[in-house]
Design a binder for this molecule. Structure first.
Ligand code: XBP
Ligand code: MG
Length: 257
C-alpha cells in the first residue's frame, strides 16, 4: 500500500490499515511561545511581581516543559523573589491560571497563523484516511483557543491529550503513549510532528518516528533522533510522511484500549 491508496482500506492480510499523524502544538502547529511569554509577563504584572521574562531568559526556561513547572523552575533557579516559599503549591497554580487567561485572550483575538504547510498536511492526511491526534504539554484551554481561531475548532483531531493529562511531561513519553492508547494504534503506524528536543525525545521514547520543524526558540537544539528535520512542512511531500509509517500489516499489534 502506498501514498496513492487510502488508509482504512482492508489490507490483503485482512487487517484494516489504520495510520495516524500526532501533532505537537506549541512551535509546531503555530509559533505560540512568544505569546506564552507575553502572557506570563502579563500575569506577573497583574500579580504585582517585578518579574520579567525576556526572550533570552525564556529560551533557557523552555528547557522545562509545562507552565507551572516553568514558574517553579524560575523561582528555584533564577531567584523568583517575592514568591511565598511556604505556599508555592497554591501560589503557582493561581499565577498560572492568570497566565492562561491572558494567553487565551491574546490568541482568541486571532493574531496567530498556523505554521506553513500545516493546513495542507491536515487536508492531505484526511484525504488519505489518516487519523489525526494531538500530544501537547500546554493547557487544554490554550489548545481550544488556538484551534478555534485557526481551524474553526478541534473537529479534525480524533484524540487530544494536553496539559496535566499525564503526570510526567515531555521529554517523558507519557503523553504520546496516552495518545497511542486512545487511538488503539501501535507506534509504528504513526508519525509525530514536533518542534523541540524535549518533544522529539518524548515521541521517540514512545517509539514513534518523528518529523521535526525547528521553531524560533528551538532552532539550535539537538535533533539527531529525528526521522526527518525540515524548516517547515510546506516543502514536505505527503509521501515522505506516509513512508515513515510501517508498511501495512507490519505495524505490529494494536495497543489494547
Ligand atoms: C510546550 C510547553 C508548554 C507551553 C506553555 O508545549 O512546554 O508548557 O510552553 O503552556 P508543547 P502552559 O508540548 O505543545 O510544545 O503554560 O499551558 O503549560
Ligand atoms: Mg512544541
Amino acid at each position: 500500500m502506498g501514498p496513492g491508496q487510502r488508509v482504512g482500506q482492508r489490507h490483503r492480510s485482512g487487517k484494516t490499515v489504520s495510520k495516524a499523524i500526532i501533532f505537537d502544538v506549541d512551535g509546531t502547529l503555530a509559533e505560540t511561545e512568544e505569546t506564552h511569554r507575553k502572557a506570563f509577563n502579563h500575569a506577573f504584572a497583574a500579580a504585582g511581581l517585578d518579574w520579567h521574562w525576556d526572550q533570552a531568559l525564556y529560551e533557557k526556561l523552555l528547557a522545562t516543559t509545562g507552565g507551572k513547572e516553568r514558574i517553579r523552575f524560575f523561582i528555584e533557579s533564577f531567584g523568583g523573589n517575592a514568591a511565598p516559599a511556604d505556599d508555592l503549591d497554591t501560589f503557582i497554580p493561581a499565577l498560572h491560571a492568570s497566565k492562561t487567561r491572558a494567553y487565551t485572550e491574546i490568541i482568541s483575538s486571532g493574531d496567530i497563523e498556523l505554521r506553513p504547510g500545516i493546513r495542507e498536511l491536515i487536508i492531505d492526511a484526511k484525504m488519505h484516511g489518516f487519523r489525526l491526534a494531538i500530544a501537547t504539554t500546554t493547557t487544554p484551554a490554550n489548545v481550544d483557543a488556538l484551534l478555534n481561531v485557526t481551524l474553526g475548532g478541534s473537529g479534525v483531531f480524533e484524540v487530544i491529550c494536553a496539559g496535566d493529562s499525564v503526570p510526567d511531561k515531555k521529554p517523558a513519553p507519557d503523553v504520546y503513549a496516552l495518545v497511542l492508547d486512545r487511538l488503539g494504534l501501535p507506534a509504528a503506524a504513526c508519525v509525530a510532528l514536533e518542534d523541540s528536543c524535549n518533544g522529539l525525545q518524548s515521541a521517540v521514547a514512545a517509539g514513534i518516528p518523528t518529523v521535526v520543524t525547528p521553531g524560533i526558540y528551538t532552532a539550535g537544539q539537538e535533533f539527531g533522533a529525528a526521522a526527518l528535520v525540515v524548516d517547515d512542512l510546506a516543502a514536505l511531500d505527503f509521501g515522505k510522511i506516509y513512508g515513515l509509517t510501517a508498511p501495512a500489516g507490519q505495524a505490529g499489534r494494536r495497543r489494547s484500549r
